[in-house]
Structure formats: structure tokens, C-alpha cells
Design a protein around this ligand. Sequence first.
Ligand code: UD1
Ligand code: CA
Length: 458
Amino acid sequence: MTSSASPTTASSRTCLAIVLAAGEGTRMRSDRPKVLHEVANRSMLGHVLATVKAAGATDIAVVIGPDREDVAEEARKVLSGARIYVQRERLGTGHAVLSAREALEQKPDDVIVAYADTPLVSTETFAKLRAPLANGAGVVGLGFDAKDPTGYGRFLMSGDQLLDIREHKDATEAERAITLCNAGLMAFRGEVGLPVLDKVDNKNAKGEYYLTDIVAIARQLGHPTAVVTVAEEEVHGVNDRAQLAAAERMLQDRLRQQAMLAGVTLVAPETVFFSHDTKLGRDVVVEPHVVFGPGVVVEDRAVIHSFSHLEGARIASGAGIGPFARLRPGASIGSKAKVGNFVEIKNVELGAGAKVGHLTYLGDANVGANVNIGAGTITCNYDGFSKYRTEIGEGAFVGSNSSLVAPVTIGKGAFVGSGSVITESIPDNALGLGRGRQIVKEGWVTAFREKVSANKKK
Ligand code: UD1
Ligand code: CA
């Protein structure tokens, strides 16, 4: 569902977002880079890019690992203006941010750093993280109260001032008792960024250039710091498939909540799965166990009955889909049309008020308004090499169990007799029949029985 998220602070300040996408992701045990794994049918990288953009980023830098053309391609697909930087060696988060040095040198007012493996951070949170920069803060950290702080950097506070961030490995026992942890995402003023980042060294337990060190360095240079806090689940990071599933669960919950608050009835919300871009009108009803793949738009008052699977489909107002319907890309269902059980529709304009009730495949067709498609109708759209179209004029009636061998046209108001194989076009208001003629043989069975029983007695 597209959240109509608008940044909470409208700002004329320029903002560079640096998205770290160089994660190795070995724990995913995947041939695919971690940040290209999907939640709600969009890559984690795609989510983060869309979110920072919505939060007002005017320039976006994506830091990728070496030889990751696939990650670069996804970034450009989501945001054509994204600038790609390669971190050649993995020397730490501070080093990763400095890989985008060229973008930092352009002196943006604000800089935000996001992790591509942390896909649930909201637009509002990024906007909140930025806000203190306009009031003079040099660096802003994003904190959360960790149930188990092991492994996270700890916020060392004095009042509301963030003094330093201590990585777990470098922390004393006393520091490890702190539960206010670093989510990793940060914001800093552009003019503060480069001079401070260039002072970061790697003298620590991991031998890495820590981004977190900019807090203490900025303070030494007299820049105030600030902290913004969020719920732990919002900064949920994904390192393995179980954490990926947890992210999916949380995002689905959000999408369901958004849908219901926008006027959609979900009878059993926990059984309905959305894509990030699902669009649902007012008074739409979605029955239990429905899956929305990418690119679905459902207009007002349509009803999606149970066990339906929809992707790339548009459903006009008041239409009824399912139960057990499958709408594939290019299915456009007219207003008040009915698509019933065990019907598959792909790349079809189905006119207003048309009925496709049962056991049917429609592919590559234009179906006029108020057409009635009988049970078991198949458009034979493929000959093993190419796809062909079927045109069915408004008000036509296709009898049950007919095969329409494309390319073929059924005229307006025409009839197709049940069980026909239609290979030639039918003019408007004509009847097309393409089946063997029925014959009846009076008394045939009686004669047959006599013959069989006579043979048995021999
Ligand atoms: C980091 C923070 C820690 C915070 C935690 C939250 C630092 C030094 N520490 O620790 O305070 O609590 O995140 O999850 O920043 N990355 C690169 N290049 C590198 C190193 C990392 O791109 O050279 C990327 C990773 O792919 C990942 C992110 O930066 O997306 C965080 O790196 P990671 O090594 O997981 O940092 P943590 O040790 O978890
Ligand atoms: Ca981590």
C-alpha cells in the first residue's frame, strides 16, 4: 500500500542520503545479495531508497560492494537518479560512508545514513532524525531500547546530549549494562561531515573505521549532538531468512492496518497478504486468504472473495472476484463485472458488467461490456510460438465448454453454441456453432443388449 507519507517537516534544505548496501549477507545462504531479497514484493534496498526519497532526500548515494552490478541496477531501477559508489574494501561503516566522498563534497545541508538491510524504518523517522540539524545539531543518532543489547553500539548520554557511541566489543562491563542502543542510522550536517569523518581512525577492537566515532569527534569540535528514539521493531535488521520473514510479518501488519484505516474491510487481516504498492479503494471488501502480488489496483466497493491470487491487475468499482480466482498481469476487470471460481485471466480487458463465472481461461482478449462467458471456456491464445488475440463484442454470449482459437472475433451480440471449437470469426448477432452434430438411433441399445446376451449363451 502506498503510504501517503509526507515528510513531517517541509524543508528547503538539501539532503544527501547515503544508503549502505555493501552487506555481504553470508547468513542468508543465498546466491542473491542480501539487500535484493524482498519484503512485500520489493527489495529491501528498494524500500529504503523509496523511504529516504519520501523523507526529502534531494540526492541519493548508494554504496555497494565490488562487482555488484545487480545491486546497482536495482538501485537505478527504483530511483534513476541514484548515484552508485563502490566500497572496494570492507573497512567499516565510517569507511563505507566515505566511499561517497564525491557526494559529500557537494556540501549538502543535511546528510542521512541508512542501511539497506533495515527496511522498516519509516519516512517519519527519517524526517525526525533530520529535524535537529536545522536547529544546530551537528550529529543525530537514532536510538532504541534493546531487549537484548548484545552486539549493538551503546549510547553514552549526559542528559539529552549524546557524548559517544561505544561498540559492544569496545565497551566496559558498566557500559554494556546500557540498553539504549544505536540503530546505526545517523544524520549529520553536511559541513560537519567530511572534516569529522576524515578524523575517524581504526584504533578499536574490530580494527574498523567506525561511523559511530563521529559523535565524539563532532563534540570535540564544538558541535552539539542529539538523539531520536524509535521502537526496536522499526529498526529490525535482516541478516538471515528468519529475520527476513520477521520483517515481512511486521510490514504486512502495517499494510493491513493502513488498508483498514483507509476504509477497507479485511475480514481476517492476518490471512491477507499485500504488496508494497497495492492500492485499494473505499469500501473494498477482502475476504480471508487473499494474496496481492505487485501492481494491483482495486477501486471502490469491489469484493475480493477468498483464496484469490491477484497480480498486475486493475479491478474497477463494484466488481466481484473469486472465490478461487487468479488474475495475472494485464487483467483489467470492468465495473460490476463478475469473475468466479477457477477462472484465470491474463492480459484481458473485461468490459463492465461482464460475467466469467466458472472454470475459464481468458488470455490476450478484449471482452465487451455485459458479455457472458460460459463455464469451461478457453481462449486458445498460443500455438507454441506466438500469442494471438480474441475479440468478443459487447453483449455476446459464449456457450459453455467452448474453445476460441485465436486470432478470432466474436461479434457484438453474437452467440457461440456450447461445446464449440471456434476457428472462424462470427459476425455481430450471428450464431456460431463448431461441434459434431448429435445423432439419435432409436432402439439401438435394445438391439445391442440382445446381441451381447446371445453371444454369452454360446
Ligand atoms: C553497527 C553500528 C552499531 C549499531 C549496529 C546496529 C558502527 C561502527 N556500529 O554495528 O553501533 O548498534 O550497526 O545494527 O557503525 N557496512 C558497509 N561497509 C563496511 C561495514 C559495514 O557497507 O565496511 C554496512 C553493512 O553492510 C551494514 C551496516 O553497514 O548494512 C552495518 O554494518 P555492520 O558491520 O553490521 O555493523 P555492526 O557491527 O552491526
Ligand atoms: Ca549489523
